[in-house]
Ligand binder design. Structure first.
Ligand code: NAP
Length: 536
């Protein structure tokens, strides 16, 4: 155990230097507070620092998946493609950090292991892995929704003599795959993005798929100059309009329910969206696509027909078709030539639902019935989503209450930013907020601004602590559940409900009423003197 040093005192401690932590630092520093950002990684960027696998790119258009708080920055930065690849997003984050001189208040390679609220001094005491201590009245958890990768537990993995990589912490120097027999485990968003690139590099690629996913072509393309200029010249209005949508982003939203039009009309609309709009825009056509079983079934069937048309071998196509849940029941994927990749001679799909991976061996892995010789295994098996990063830290609130105990049956929270029993601790894009169903950068800015305004309010009123009231929390959690249960989305075994982590309580974590509804809810709370919170 390292030596304990005396605690550094600050106004606000921020944990995490991704999009959220960086903007929190900028905004709170601008408001006059002393702030320190503690970041486990060797550099800034969070999700975009770690997930540097080939093919990684954003699923929201870059003109929108970017900070809006500085008109100078949004006009100055130039995106090369409609959907920026990971290296470009990381360069952008670094550009912003330099431009705003953020680095001087960011401490890298500093993993926070514990945060404890001291009631007497009303301060959070934050401890790092190296034994360093920080104290501040406010603690902001900018720890990310998808930042704790699942640790694989395949039997015999230690015996495998080849190389094993995870998409979630891909080596910085890259990976040489030429002439290699590569096994990819996992076909979620990461697996679907990396597959076409691996297929181009590997001698042979074996894709081990447990559950097929609905994936929509991104229709990514180089940035069109005119399109970019239209955004840059109209940024303030467009950003404002984006915040009035349910995903904090502009899209080609339909305004009528799919149930109000004929099957043929829906079919034409799905076709237009598949070929001309792409990405998540495919499901934005009708207002009831996630609530009306018949409309959802039609959209799901449409995707299956596309898979059948794209994949030459009908048996492979069938395996790639999701059949036991509807579109949206798991996170919809967005791809560039994913299904087409299975037409290559050097790509084999293995269905590990019917024939699960049994164990690794020195030169590959075995399923129940087959054996595969592999040089390299790539794991794209997902994350302990939304609550994982928070629960990894030993967080203790008032009266010695542990967040791990408080959340034993699911993440109780108030408006996705606070937890009763944990005063002055704020979560950015926490459970109970729209988070992963929105343009994350916009939702992050919204949370940071709300939190900074809240701290300013406390200062003005001369009070030093704010805490969610249990009854307000209870009401919010029931509301979040009620909204989710009115949709078809909790039905899938997705990470939204924690189904990918054995033993995780099955609770639909994000708030589904829409970002615009949520915006009004949190603005109302603030305007009513922080209704639902106790101020002391
Ligand atoms: P994921 O969606 O959770 O996918 C994990 C995959 O690994 C699933 O196919 C899962 O199968 C499989 N898997 C897990 N354990 C397995 C096992 N023991 N044997 C066989 N297969 C196993 O994880 P992800 O692809 O990393 O994506 C997570 C989220 O990150 C996405 O949903 C998205 O929100 C975000 N993301 C975004 C982007 C983007 O914006 N472009 C890119 C990547 C990721 P089951 O489905 O059967 O569990």
């Amino acid at each position: 155990m390292s030596e304990r040093k005396s605690a550094k005192r600050l106004d606000v401690v921020v944990i995490g230097a991704g999009f959220a932590g960086l903007y929190a630092l900028h905004r709170l520093r601008k408001d006059g507070y002393s702030v320190r950002v503690l970041e486990a990684g060797k550099s800034i960027g969070g999700t975009w620092y770690w997930n540097r696998y080939p093919g990684a790119r954003c699923d929201i258009e870059s003109m929108q998946y970017s900070y809006s708080f500085s008109d100078e920055i949004q006009r100055e930065w130039k995106w090369s493609q409609l959907y920026a690849p990971q290296p470009e997003i990381l360069s952008y984050i670094n550009f912003v950090a330099d431009k705003l001189d953020l680095r001087r208040d960011i401490q890298l390679e500093t993993r926070v292991v514990a945060a404890t609220f001291d009631e007497q001094s009303r301060t959070w005491k934050v401890r790092t892995e190296a034994g360093e201590a920080f104290e501040a009245p406010f603690c902001v958890m900018a720890t990310g929704c998808l930042s704790v990768p699942i640790v694989p537990t395949f039997p015999g993995m230690e015996k495998f003599e080849g190389e094993v990589y995870r998409t979630s912490d891909w080596p910085h120097e890259g990976v040489q795959l030429k002439g290699k027999r590569v096994g990819l485990v996992g076909t979620g968003s990461s697996g679907i993005q990396v597959t076409p690139v691996l297929a181009e590099q590997a001698e042979h690629l074996y894709v081990f798929q447990r559950t097929p996913n609905y994936s929509i072509p991104a229709l990514n393309r180089p940035m069109d100059e005119e399109y970019e200029q239209a955004w840059k010249q109209n940024y303030p209005e467009r950003r404002k309009a984006a915040l009035a949508t349910r995903i904090n982003a502009l899209s080609d939203f339909g305004t009528v329910p799919g149930s109000s039009v004929s099957y043929e009309e829906r079919e034409r609309e799905f076709e237009r969206r598949w070929t001309k709009v792409g990405g998540f825009g495919f499901v934005h056509g009708y207002t009831d696509i996630m609530t009306d079983p018949a409309v959802n079934a039609h959209a799901s069937e449409f995707v299956r027909k596309k898979i059948a048309a794209l994949v030459h071998d009908p048996e492979v196509a069938k395996k790639l078709m999701p059949s036991d849940y509807g579109i949206g029941g798991k996170r919809i994927c967005v791809d560039t030539a994913y299904f087409e990749t299975f037409n290559r001679n050097n790509v084999t799909l293995i269905d590990v639902k019917s024939d699960p991976i049994r164990s690794f061996k020195p030169n590959g892995l075995s399923t129940q019935t087959q054996s595969f010789e592999l040089d390299t295994v790539i794991l794209a098996i997902g994350f302990d989503a939304i609550t994982g990063a928070l629960l990894k830290i030993d967080i203790t609130g008032r009266d010695g209450l542990k967040l791990r105990d408080r959340w034993a049956d699911g993440p109780k929270n108030y408006i996705g930013m606070a937890v009763s029993g944990f005063p002055n601790m704020f979560m950015i894009t926490g459970p109970g907020s729209p988070s992963v169903f929105t343009n994350m950068v916009a939702s992050i800015e919204q949370h940071v601004d709300w939190i900074a305004d809240c701290i300013a309010h406390l200062k003005r009123k001369g009070v030093s602590s704010i805490e969610a009231l249990p009854e307000a929390e209870e009401k919010w959690v029931s509301h979040v559940n009620e909204v989710a249960n009115a949709t078809l989305m909790p039905k899938g075994n997705s990470w939204y409900v924690g189904a990918n982590i054995p033993g995780k309580p099955r609770v639909f974590m994000p708030y589904l009423a829409g970002a615009h509804v949520y915006k009004k809810a949190i603005e109302d709370v603030a305007s009513k003197d922080y209704e639902g919170f106790g101020l002391a």
